[in-house]
Design a protein around this ligand. Sequence first.
Ligand SMILES: *Cc1c(COP(=O)(O)O)cnc(C)c1O
Length: 361
Amino acid sequence: MNHVYFLTPGPSQLYYTVPQHIKTALKEHICSISHRSKSFQQIVAHALEHLRALFQLPTDYYIAFTASATEVWERAIENLSQEYTLHLVNGNFSKKFYEFSKQLKRNAQKWEVSPGKGFYLSEMPPFDPPELLCLTHNETSTGVTMPLEDIYTLRKRYPEALIIVDAVSSVPYPEIDFSQIDSLFFSVQKGFGLPAGLGVWIFNQRCLAKAEELLSKGKSIGTYHSLPSLLASIQKNETPETPNVLGIYLLGKVAEDMNRRGIKTIRQEIEAKAAIAYHHLQKNNDKFSLFVNDPSHRSATVIVAEVLHRPAADFIEFCKQKGIVLGSGYGNFKGVHIRIANFPTHAKETFQHLADLMAQW
Ligand SMILES: *Cc1c(COP(=O)(O)O)cnc(C)c1O
């Protein structure tokens, strides 16, 4: 397994500095220290500092740690809505967010378009303004992205709504204007190239006010991971529970490494690699067909193509023999799609290698 390189959309290839950081963590007994110790507080403070810098986060936005992004779907609905949530659904992940809201007995409404499609806001059906508007920046199951401008347009359309963005498979790539959204969350095993088992939840004062309002009305907003509880802990550089200390440590280290490399450079590299992948998929159009037709809706970080004439598994196996592990299609598309992750850790050379494999196969 030495020279196998993961272009899967999550878990993915580790960020290239992670093995070294794990060695240091073991030497420093990171997995054994108390989560109520000064050392742990320093680890949290370090992670928060570098995440803030990486996201250029305004000072009135908070960061908290959760088990994963799936947890945030549930917590967000509990803390940020009493009755009515609105979801833009175009694949399996955005649909699960919607289904969580129904399971939590909210009046969950959706605007759904078919897989591979994005949203044209001029075609949006009329909806009453929701308490919580749930958007998925990058639909990982289909490779469809939502242009940031569209998110900002929805902000204007629904100024009273809280806007939450699932950015699991796009961060740290998008340059988000946080003043136009209220909350954003992600898991660390995708763009950050870390072992799975940690979520990051960013939220502002408006979110906190909503949670407190629900609480004062006697509504349940959950227990240890409600926004007020998360905030009370994180303001002491702590977490309510015994958390994934190693995960938080590694996240801080990788965010620091990314800041050193420069987020501008990282963005440019992602765009250059996406251009290589899309170009060669189109060049080999006797074998592949892009799943997302509208270029403005094509994700830079999860690239999805249909494999023509032969099972997708054949190409996936061919690439694996040459040391590249691709993602298979998601859900119903398992047999026919390939998904190519394009995260900060992935090298341009690997994309060139993949382009050669597309031609050879
Ligand atoms: C992977 C993913 C999730 C779920 O992440 P977990 O770490 O499994 O909780 C949620 N949303 C999107 C868009 C994803 O890609």
